[in-house]
Design a protein around this ligand. Structure first.
Ligand SMILES: Cc1ncc(COP(=O)(O)O)c(C=O)c1O
Length: 351
């Protein structure tokens, strides 16, 4: 859309919904933002964003951080002591994609649940749970990712989360939702933010993904949790100053970019359908609940890297999460026409 502003940017960038660029209206909101020092809690626009987010999810307090990774690592650090563990599925973002930060920063390990596209139930959580014992690390958090990135944008059913939270809290541990893409789950399920917020002790979401902001994530929970989180943010070098410029983009996105996520879901569904008949391309998951599609190209006889290079020549970019795996993610800068061109380019690149 506003790609003309950028040189060296692929025409159709389906690598991730982090590829979005701020719209002219968002840039205008950013340029006019009132600012202060957020490190001391004095940025008025950040404070407006935090109030808005906390009210939406029904949480007492919120914190603005630069990335989803930092939101995850802060939550882990607040809830754990070195030598403890997180109960999560092995596809979760902090295990797969954060450079072992949870081990490096907090000294914790993971206890994995059996899961289907990132979704698990109380029985699986019970199997992975370790109470305080002489030889086993204490389980300190129950971790849910919603929607699930490696699970192809899967939505974690809210009733499951409710059961898991009851289980977690009965053992005195919190349930945290990595909601980097919770707004995709909200729009696709019709279940509002307050309902998801009511089923967890803490939750984060990313502004810099489907919501189309250049930077930022929000972490929410109780006042005590956020007080501690704010200290961890400072320790991690995240005590930024006039962040109101970025928060203004967040407020704009919450006001204008949520309902439109339905369009991204329709486009992802269309991309799935258009690519399902391509010889040599197999869909990793049968359904496309939100905006992420994984394709396995093993049967094409080419590597995913080779296909991605051919796609680049055609002005299309897909990410390469594995040797034979490609991933397409739809977002605000991808139109229906882009999806059609992307699918056609894939058919050519695989042939
Ligand atoms: C589920 C999930 N959590 C956290 C993150 C990390 O976000 P960031 O790239 O802003 O660090 C991502 C990024 O893709 C993600 O998919």
């Amino acid at each position: 859309m506003n790609g003309a502003l950028f040189v060296n940017h692929p025409l159709i960038d389906l690598r991730s919904d982090t590829a979005t660029r701020p719209t002219p209206e968002m840039r205008e909101a950013m340029a006019g933002a009132a600012v202060g020092d957020d490190s001391s809690g004095e940025d008025p626009t950040v404070n407006d964003l935090l109030e808005k987010a906390a009210a939406l999810f029904g949480k007492e307090a919120a914190l603005f951080v630069p990335t989803g990774t930092q939101a995850n690592q802060i939550a882990i650090n607040v809830y754990t002591r070195p030598g403890e563990e997180i109960i999560a599925d092995a596809g979760c973002h902090p295990y797969r994609s954060e450079l072992a930060a949870a081990a490096v920063i907090s000294g914790i390990q993971f206890s994995f649940v059996t899961a289907d596209r990132g979704v698990y139930s109380r029985k699986e959580a019970e199997d992975a749970f370790h109470p305080v014992a002489e030889r086993l690390p204490r389980s300190a958090i129950l971790w849910v990712e919603n929607t699930h990135n490696a699970g192809g944008g899967q939505i974690f059913p809210i009733d499951r989360i409710k059961e898991l939270r009851t289980f977690a809290n009965s053992h005195g541990i919190p349930l945290h939702i990595d909601g980097a893409r919770i707004f995709n789950a909200i729009v696709a399920s019709g279940i509002g933010p307050a309902e998801w917020g009511a089923q967890c002790d803490s939750i984060s979401f990313c502004l810099s993904k489907g919501l189309g902001c250049p930077v930022g994530s929000i972490l929410m929970g109780s006042e005590d949790f956020i007080r501690e989180a704010r200290k961890r943010r400072k320790i991690l070098g995240g005590g930024w100053r006039q962040a109101g410029i970025l928060a203004a983009a967040g407020i704009h996105a919450l006001d204008h970019h949520v309902a439109r996520l339905a369009e991204d879901h329709q486009n992802a569904q269309r991309f799935s359908e258009l690519t399902s008949g391509i010889p040599g391309v197999r869909h990793v998951y049968e359904t496309t609940p939100t905006n992420i599609v994984y394709l396995d190209v093993a049967d094409s006889g080419k590597t995913a890297r080779e296909i991605s290079e051919r796609l680049k020549d055609r002005g299309v970019a897909l990410s390469v999460p594995g040797k034979t795996m490609l991933r397409a993610v739809t977002h605000i800068d991808i139109s229906r026409e882009d999806v059609d061109k992307g699918a056609a380019a894939l058919a050519e690149a695989v042939a």
